[in-house]
Design a protein around this ligand. Structure first.
Ligand code: GLV
Ligand code: MN
Ligand code: MN
Length: 416
């Protein structure tokens, strides 16, 4: 079987990047614009330069390494993924696709393959939404899918806005809009990602070529009551925000079960304030993340979830609901799917076509440029957890598939 990429080099990049976590030994905690994020960005910059790329940080902190084309005026092919993490996440979710891009640049350089078209390797900010909510922010900024006034005003759990965090990171929020790309300015976008589920491993497949990404909707519910003393306030005189919130929470999973069609609903983040055993909670917020393959199913589920949440208010507890994210299901580019499948076949890999249940920047990019997404197996199907693991040989096979597609897209000679 022909092999191009080097598993040990991929391992060294993944491990090198994983040093930049706020919780060494306890999973990856690397949040956008944090000191660990800066460390990771500096590390990636050095690795990109070593791979022969000219590196710049764009106006919102995406790191972009460029291999100039013989015709620099052509729109570049872009390859990459994100380098932020969920809380106590794994070291592959995001970084696998970033190091794939760096490895592809190294392969082109080593083989003296000069591209006609420029190649840009991108390491993206805030895909997970861990710090500022919503997520997919780099791709939403690049493609003009988020209002830039809103972008700089998003805030984290400590009330620090994107603008303030950018300044602390060394970026000028007044220039954030410069990160937006003009329509037509990206020739194609390719992302490699770990599957984050059990399918490839269960079937003994090497890679999946994704043809569709399920849609995602996220709302945030806020319950406001009145704080009071836990010992002295009679039960019938309370405006307990948590009691209302919990009654809504208990009903939400059944909505997704009833919707069928593979719909899933998750309440993954909840805050109870002031958060003391002897104080009646006056403020509760929680997120609801809803995913399904069909847009109408997501919309209907959001409506039903909103009704349940609204009905759980009353008795002096006020309820507000905000939409944080809505990205419809995204079909990926059919021609790129064909091309990636062809190369996987040429490499003798066992492959399948798959729908992605996880969100990826590729789903936003798909509206902007022809987009392809390649999955490599996740051991035990585990992801968003410190145990997340992909064998480096398997990662290398996925990188090879993307490498061959990149060679064609940038019009470099295909390696033998
Ligand atoms: C990202 O991992 C997501 O699917 O939300
Ligand atoms: Mn993730
Ligand atoms: Mn990811």
């Amino acid at each position: 079987m022909t092999r191009f990429s080097d598993p040990s080099r991929l391992q060294s990049l993944i491990e090198g990047l994983d040093r930049f976590t706020a919780t060494p030994g306890k999973g990856t905690n690397r949040f956008t614009y944090s000191p660990e994020f800066r460390g990771a960005s500096d590390y990636l910059r050095a690795q990109m330069e070593a791979a022969g790329l000219v590196v710049r940080e764009d106006a919102v902190g995406n790191l972009i390494g460029r291999l100039e084309g013989r015709n620099p005026d052509l729109a570049p092919v872009m390859v990459g993924s994100h380098f932020d993490s969920v809380p106590n996440g794994g070291k592959f979710d995001g970084p696998a696709g970033v190091v794939a891009g760096i490895e592809i640049a190294s392969l082109l350089k080593e083989r003296g393959l000069a591209p006609e078209r420029p190649l840009e390797i991108i390491a993206m900010i805030e895909e997970e939404g861990t710090r500022f909510g919503g997520g997919l922010l780099a791709s939403r900024v690049l493609t003009g899918a988020v209002d830039m006034q809103q972008f700089v005003a998003f805030s984290d759990d400590d009330g620090i806005t994107v603008a303030q965090a950018m300044e602390a990171y060394g970026l000028d929020p007044a220039s954030a809009h410069l990160a937006v790309r003009a329509p037509g300015s990206i020739h194609a976008f390719l992302e490699l990602h770990i599957e984050q589920g059990p399918v490839l491993e269960a079937h003994g497949d090497d890679v999946a070529i994704v043809d569709r990404i399920v849609g995602v909707g996220q709302i945030r519910a806020t319950f406001r009551g009145q704080a009071g003393h836990a010992g002295t306030t009679p039960m019938n005189a309370r405006r307990d925000a948590l009691v209302g919130a919990v009654s809504a929470l208990a009903q939400l999973p059944d909505l997704a079960r009833a919707a069928g069609d593979g719909a899933v609903l998750t309440v993954g983040k909840m805050e109870v304030r002031p958060g003391a055993a002897n104080v009646i909670p006056d403020l509760v917020t929680f997120t609801v993340d809803i995913r399904a393959a069909r847009e109408e199913v997501i919309r209907a589920l959001i409506d039903r979830a909103c009704s349940v949440i609204e009905r759980a208010g009353g008795n002096g507890v006020a309820v507000e609901i905000e939409e944080e994210l809505f990205i419809p299901p995204a079909p990926l580019d059919a021609a790129l799917h064909e091309r990636l499948s062809h190369h996987a076949g040429r490499l003798g890999l066992k492959r399948r076509t798959m729908v992605s249940g996880a969100a990826h920047d590729a789903m936003v990019m798909a509206d902007f440029a022809p987009t392809g997404l390649v999955f490599v197996p996740s051991r035990g199907g585990i992801s968003h957890a410190p145990e997340e693991w992909t064998d480096y040989d398997q990662l290398a096979r996925g990188v090879d598939v993307v490498f061959l597609a990149v060679c064609e897209l940038v019009s470099a000679a295909l390696p033998a």
